[in-house]
Design a protein around this ligand. Structure first.
Ligand code: NAP
Length: 245
């Protein structure tokens, strides 16, 4: 086996698409998340598609003790060890307004939880001098917006974390790629009003594999979102605070 991928948040719609693509090229897989039964079904499907040595491990971003087994699995991984992080939660901003206790969990799921695990895996990957870390952020992190600024703050923090990590790891042969999807048709967006330039989990997976192969630093899916967010970021605050974007 030439590569093993740890998929953090393996039940995510996007993660499942990437898992299918990695399985068909015969990768080793470590699926990590909260829902064991769902991950077992994903693992069975991946094995049928050609994945090697598929493991299922419990991971909860709000419980750092669950990282111990993941670190051990990474140490034992065959071939190049790679990590893809899909964990994140997006409570409605109105729900957060009614219950500010939701803020801490939102930040933990997208930022401090995954960062804790990555920080434990980083020395191992540096010692190997190879591998890729893919972190899924969001265009929501590019500017705090009325509709989801707590989620956006978590994703902005994760993007800043990945930027510094990229600088650190590049010196040791490990590549870090930040993924910024616009709206994607997954359980996270189920029931929300239709959004412009929405894409599919399969297209996100294809973009991730394309970006990893070319060692891109930051990718937007769909690419139009890079331009849209450039314009949004350039709006003066005096104007931006009158928008409902
Ligand atoms: N869908 C979009 O439009 C969109 C756009 C931009 C960025 N994103 C980001 O893309 C990533 C993947 O999301 P998705 O669209 O595929 O949605 P999703 O299907 O809802 O996936 C979210 C994943 O995060 C996991 N998760 C949440 N809290 C967790 C915790 N405390 N511990 C462990 N796992 C936890 C979920 O696990 P459970 O199955 O156990 O709940 C699920 O696997 C997320 O980071 C999301 O913020 C999504």
């Amino acid at each position: 086996m030439t590569e093993t991928w740890m998929i953090l948040g393996a039940t995510s719609g996007m993660a499942q698409a990437l898992t299918r693509d990695l399985a068909t090229r015969g990768a080793g897989l470590i699926l990590a998340g909260r829902k064991t039964a769902d991950m077992q079904a994903i693992a069975a499907d991946a094995t049928a598609r050609g994945a090697q040595a598929v493991q299922v491990l419990t991971y909860d971003a709000r419980d750092n003790a669950t990282c111990d087994a993941l670190v051990a699995a990474a140490e034992a991984a065959a071939g190049t060890f790679n990590l893809a992080v899909f964990v994140g939660s997006m409570p409605q901003q109105s729900a957060i307004d009614a219950d500010p206790d939701l803020i801490a969990g939102t930040i933990t799921d997208s930022l401090s939880g995954p960062a804790h695990l990555i920080h434990r895996l980083a020395p191992l990957m540096e010692a190997r001098g190879t591998g890729v870390i893919v972190g899924v952020g969001s265009v929501a992190g590019d500017r705090g917006r009325l509709s989801n600024y707590v989620y956006g703050a978590a994703k902005a923090g994760f993007a800043a974390y990945l930027s510094g990590l990229r600088n650190r790891m590049a010196r040791k042969g490990v590549h870090v790629m930040t993924v910024k999807p616009g709206p994607v048709d997954t359980p996270m967006t189920y029931g929300l009003p239709p959004m412009p330039f929405q894409t599919s989990p399969e297209k996100v997976s294809a973009a991730i594999l394309h970006g990893v192969a070319r060692r891109r630093d930051v990718i937007y899916v769909a690419p139009i979102w890079r331009l849209i967010m450039m314009v949004i970021r350039a709006l003066p605050e005096a104007l931006f605070k009158r928008t409902r974007f």
